[in-house]
Write a protein that binds this ligand. Structure first.
Ligand code: C2E
Ligand code: MG
Ligand code: MG
Ligand code: MG
Length: 275
């Protein structure tokens, strides 16, 4: 019986693995055509200044809207694209869309909001990726100060020296640099010592559960430390009034989360942008 049990467990995992593999193969097969067909759409999520109750910018988040109407979230294709290298192309596509949007604001005489783009760690070690970003921004006449690059904290783990160099080059060119998903990796604090980041984004995981008193003390002090180092802190994944009250209590003035707006096409935020 035990043997049968193992066998069925085995075939269960096998079937799961096969299904996952088939799904990946299908997505990989469709991705290039999907790009041509404009199936990748960019959604935007507002970032807010809590004390001033104002939108201060947006984060661009990609979705795959298949021809059949099916909407695929990034967690289902980004890891795959990081494996097969397509992510570099996708990141540039999103970046270009963002530049185009900022240009349209400028053309209509408005002050643009800064927009953040997620840049995969796969991208960072490509020698000419910054030149490519600069070239795209230049094509739309968008100044780099309106463009924020979000790099996830764990990108810094593998090769801190190399990434540090990339970070310096990003700053040299005037882009805003932020460290995404901060606090989930191991080396968060030691990274702060050397990294020339402008903003850290506290990982949404912190706010998915009830914080213990010790966690609250740690977070409050990380925020304080960052501010002392002239680094801004934005908390991600803020959903409730309780979270917001906590942020106010510990002096975190920037937030992003469903409480202020879910990622959506930019047209849905015209009210927000009016005042
Ligand atoms: P991220 O950059 O950390 O983005 C934040 C994620 O949290 C987004 O998920 C957002 O929709 C979600 N979120 C925002 N507010 C809340 C909230 O209040 N509650 C909860 N539960 N979630 C919230 P999304 O859009 O599914 O993106 C997932 C990840 O995929 C992103 O995490 C980012 O790492 C990656 N990603 C998205 N677009 C791109 C892209 O264009 N290029 C690259 N390289 N990665 C991308
Ligand atoms: Mg991000
Ligand atoms: Mg992330
Ligand atoms: Mg994040």
């Amino acid at each position: 019986a035990l043997k049968d049990y193992h066998k069925s467990i085995y075939s269960f995992y096998n079937r799961e693995a096969e299904r996952k593999f088939a799904k990946e193969r299908e997505l990989a097969f469709r991705m290039k055509r999907a790009a041509e067909n404009e199936e990748f759409v960019v959604y935007y999520q507002p970032k807010v200044d809590l004390p001033r109750k104002r939108c201060i910018g947006f984060e661009a988040l990609v979705r795959w809207k298949m021809m059949e109407g099916q909407m695929i979230p990034p967690d289902e294709f980004i890891p795959l694209f990081e494996k097969n290298g397509f992510i570099a192309e996708l990141d540039l596509y999103v970046f270009e869309r963002v530049c185009r949007l900022i240009k349209s604001w400028k053309d209509s005489g408005r002050t643009p909001y800064p927009i953040a783009v997620n840049i995969s760690r796969i991208h960072l070690t490509k020698p000419d990726f910054l030149e490519e970003l600069e070239q795209i921004a230049g094509k739309y006449g968008v100044e780099s100060r309106y463009l924020e690059l979000e790099i996830t904290e764990n990108a810094f783990l593998n090769n801190p020296g190399e990434i540090l160099e990339v970070a310096r080059r990003i700053k040299e060119r005037g882009f805003v640099l932020s460290m995404d998903d901060f606090g989930t990796g191991y080396s968060s604090l030691s990274l702060l010592k050397d990294l020339p980041v402008d903003i850290i984004k506290l990982d949404k995981e912190f706010f998915q559960k009830r914080l213990s008193d010790r966690e609250k003390i740690i977070i409050a002090n990380v925020i304080h430390l960052a501010h002392e180092l002239d680094i801004q802190v934005i908390s991600e994944g803020i959903e409730t009034a309780e979270h917001e009250a906590f942020l106010t209590e510990i002096g975190c003035n920037l937030a992003q989360g469903y409480r202020y707006g879910r990622p959506a096409p930019i047209g849905e935020f015209t009210d927000l942008m009016a005042d």
